[in-house]
Design a protein. Structure first.
Length: 583
C-alpha cells in the first residue's frame, strides 16, 4: 500500500461518509410525514415502541438520528421515558439494515444475474436517475428522491474506492497483526467504540469494517468485539444531544448507553466462555461483507431479546443514575433538536398548539361564567390562562418560523402557515376573554346592574358563543370536519343575535329602563362576543381549506351558497338560540 493508495483511502472514506450523510438527510425529509404518523401511534406498550423505533430507523438509516429525535421528544414532554426505552431498542435493530445493503458489495460471481446485484452494476443507473430527479424534479419530494439515489451511489462508490485502496494491505504482516490484537475482546470493543464515536455513526463504521474485509486479514474473532464496541460508540451522538436538556432527556441518552454497555458486557462474557471452552473455528475464519452484516444483526437482536423484558429495570437504573433534584425543573418547550426533521417538529408544534387552544377556550369559559357569577379566583384564573396562551403563541410562532426556514415540502409549508393563523385566532379569543372579564369588573365596581330582560338575552348569546368555541376546539384538536362545517351557520346566528340585542337595548334606553353607562358596557360585551365567533369562523376556514384545494374564503362562500346542510344547521341553530318572548 503506497502513498497514492492512502490518498484513495482518504477520498473513498470522505465520499462514503458524505454519501451516507446526504442519503440519511434526504430519507428523513422524504419520510417526514410517515415519521409523524408513526410517532403519533406511540403508546405505553413497550412492543409498540420497539416496532416504531425499528421502523423509523430502517427508513432513515440512522439509529443516532432516531435516538436524538427521541431525546427531543422526551425533552419536549411529547414522550415519556418509559415509551422511549422500547423505541431505542428497536432503533438498534433497525440500523442493521444498512449493513445488509452494504453487504451486496461482497457478491462474487461470474453469473450475469448475480453480477446485476453488485452495487458497481446498478449504482451508475441509480446515480443517473437521481441526477435527473434532482435537476428536473418539479417538487421537493422528487428532488429528495434524487438526493437519496445520488447519496446511495456516492456511498457505494466511496466504499468501492476504500476497498480498492486497502486491497494491498493483504500483503502487509503488520496489518494482520493489528487485527490479531483486536481478537482480544477488550481491545476490539475499545477500537470499535472509538472509531464510531469519532464518526458518530455505527452504520458508517460497520461499512468501513466491511470494506476492510477485502484484505482477507480480518477474522470473526476480531469482528465480534469491534461490532460490540461500535454499538457503544454510537451512543455519543445522543449523549451530546442531551447536554442542556431536562433530566428525563438525559435519562434517555443514558438508557441508550446502558442498553449497549450491558448488552456488550453480557455477550462479551459469553464470547470469552465460548472461546475458552470450545475454541470454535469460526473465530479464526476470514470475515466477509455478508458475515459482518449477519454478526451485526445477531448482536443487536440478542441484546434486545435479553434486555427488552427488563425495560422497567433499565428505567429504574437511569432514574437512580440521574436522580430527581430538590427543586422542580423547568420544562423545556419545543425542542430545537427536532428541527433536523421539520415534519416531526411541525407535529410537535401542533401538539403544543392544541394545549394553547385548550387554554384559550378554558379562559373564555371562565369569562362567560364571570359575567353572571364574578369571583376574584375566577378573575385570577382567566388572567393566568391568557398569559399562558400568549406565551404559547410566542414560542410556537417563533418555532414555526424556524421550521419554515428549513427545506420542507409544499404541504408542510402550507400546514405551518395555517397553524400560525390558527394560534393567532386562539390567542385573540383569550384576549377577548380578558375583555369580557374587564366588562364584568366594570359593572361590579360601578354598581351597574343589567335588567332581567337584558340578562336573559345575554345568556342566549353567551350559550351560542360557548357552543361555537367548543366546535372550534373540537374541529382543531381532532381535525373534525363536521364540527368545522357546523361553525359557519352558528356564526351567522351570532351575528344576527348581536344586531338584535343591540337594537333591543336601544329600545330600553329610549324607555329609560337602562342607563347610558350600562349601554357602553353592553356594546363592549356584544362586540367581544361577536368577534370571538369571527375567530372561530377563521379557525374552521383553515381546517376546511386543508381538506381541499380552495382558499378559506372560497370554501366558506361555497358552504353558505351551495351547501344544503348549512341551511339545515342554520335553521336548527336559529330555533335553539331564539330570544325570550320579552323581545
Amino acid at each position: 500500500m503506497d502513498f497514492f493508495d492512502v490518498l484513495n483511502l482518504i477520498g473513498g472514506l470522505a465520499l462514503f461518509l458524505f454519501g451516507m450523510n446526504v442519503m440519511g438527510d434526504a430519507l428523513e425529509r422524504r419520510a417526514g410525514n410517515k415519521l409523524s404518523s408513526l410517532i403519533g401511534k406511540l403508546t405505553t406498550n413497550r412492543i409498540a415502541g420497539f416496532l416504531t423505533g425499528l421502523a423509523v430507523t430502517a427508513v432513515i438509516q440512522s439509529s443516532s438520528a432516531t435516538t436524538v429525535m427521541v431525546v427531543g421528544f422526551v425533552n419536549s414532554g411529547l414522550m415519556t421515558l418509559k415509551q422511549s426505552i422500547g423505541v431505542i431498542m428497536g432503533s438498534n435493530i433497525g440500523t442493521t439494515v444498512t449493513a445488509w445493503i452494504l453487504s451486496l458489495g461482497g457478491i462474487e460471481s461470474d453469473n450475469f444475474f448475480m453480477q446485476l446485484f453488485k452495487p458497481t452494476s446498478f449504482t451508475p443507473i441509480l446515480a443517473l436517475i437521481g441526477i435527473v430527479f434532482l435537476m428536473f424534479g418539479k417538487n421537493n419530494k422528487k428532488k429528495d428522491t434524487g438526493m437519496i439515489l445520488l447519496g446511495f451511489a456516492v456511498l457505494m462508490f466511496g466504499m468501492d474506492t476504500m476497498s480498492a485502496a486497502v486491497a494491498g494491505l493483504r500483503e502487509v504482516p503488520e496489518f494482520r497483526q493489528l487485527f490479531i490484537a483486536f481478537s482480544n475482546p477488550i481491545l476490539g470493543v475499545i477500537a470499535g467504540a472509538v472509531l464510531t464515536a469519532i464518526i458518530q455513526s455505527s452504520s458508517a463504521s460497520v461499512g468501513i469494517l466491511q470494506a476492510l474485509t477485502v484484505t482477507g486479514q480480518i477474522n470473526y474473532g476480531a469482528v465480534f468485539p469491534i461490532i460490540m464496541g461500535q454499538n457503544i460508540g454510537t451512543c455519543i451522538t445522543a449523549i451530546l444531544s442531551s447536554f442542556g436538556a431536562n433530566r428525563n432527556a438525559k435519562r434517555v441518552a443514558l438508557v441508550h448507553l446502558s442498553f449497549n454497555v450491558i448488552g456488550t458486557v453480557i455477550l462479551l462474557v459469553v464470547l470469552y466462555i465460548i472461546k475458552g471452552i470450545f475454541a470454535p473455528a469460526i473465530l479464526e475464519a476470514t470475515a466477509t461483507h455478508f458475515g459482518i452484516a449477519v454478526s451485526h444483526s445477531i448482536f443487536n437482536v440478542l441484546c434486545t431479546l435479553i434486555l427488552l423484558p427488563m425495560g422497567g429495570l433499565l428505567e429504574k437504573l437511569v432514574c437512580k443514575l440521574v436522580p430527581d433534584g430538590k427543586t422542580q425543573e423547568k420544562k423545556t418547550e419545543l425542542d430545537e433538536r427536532l428541527l433536523a426533521t421539520p415534519t416531526v417538529a411541525l407535529e410537535s408544534s401542533r401538539k403544543y398548539a392544541v394545549e394553547m387552544a385548550k387554554c384559550s377556550i378554558a379562559a373564555l369559559k371562565s369569562s362567560l361564567t364571570a359575567l353572571f357569577d364574578y369571583t376574584e379566583a375566577v378573575a385570577e384564573e382567566i388572567r393566568d390562562l391568557e398569559e399562558k396562551s400568549d406565551h404559547y403563541e410566542d414560542i410556537i410562532g417563533s418555532y414555526l418560523v424556524k421550521i419554515s426556514s428549513h427545506q420542507i415540502d409544499e404541504k408542510a409549508s402550507t400546514d405551518a402557515a395555517k397553524l400560525l393563523h390558527i394560534i393567532g385566532d386562539f390567542e385573540r379569543i383569550s384576549d377577548h376573554s380578558v375583555n369580557l372579564l374587564e366588562s364584568a369588573e366594570e359593572m361590579r365596581s360601578k354598581g351597574i346592574e343589567l335588567t332581567s330582560a337584558a340578562k336573559a338575552e345575554l345568556k342566549v348569546l353567551v350559550n351560542a358563543v360557548s357552543e361555537i368555541t367548543e366546535l372550534a376546539l373540537e374541529a382543531f384538536v381532532n381535525d373534525n370536519l363536521d364540527a368545522a362545517f357546523a361553525i359557519e351557520p352558528l356564526e351567522e346566528i351570532i351575528d344576527r343575535l348581536k344586531e338584535k340585542l343591540r337594537a333591543m337595548h336601544i329600545c330600553r334606553l329610549q324607555q329609560g329602563d337602562c342607563s347610558i353607562e350600562a349601554g357602553f358596557v353592553w356594546s363592549d360585551l356584544l362586540t367581544n362576543l361577536e368577534r370571538i365567533s369571527d375567530h372561530c369562523s377563521n379557525i374552521a376556514g383553515c381546517i376546511i381549506e386543508a381538506s381541499n384545494t380552495l382558499s378559506m374564503h372560497e370554501s366558506l362562500q361555497i358552504i353558505k351558497s351551495e351547501n344544503s346542510d348549512f341551511k339545515k344547521k342554520f335553521a336548527a341553530y336559529s330555533a335553539k338560540y331564539s330570544l325570550p318572548n320579552n323581545e
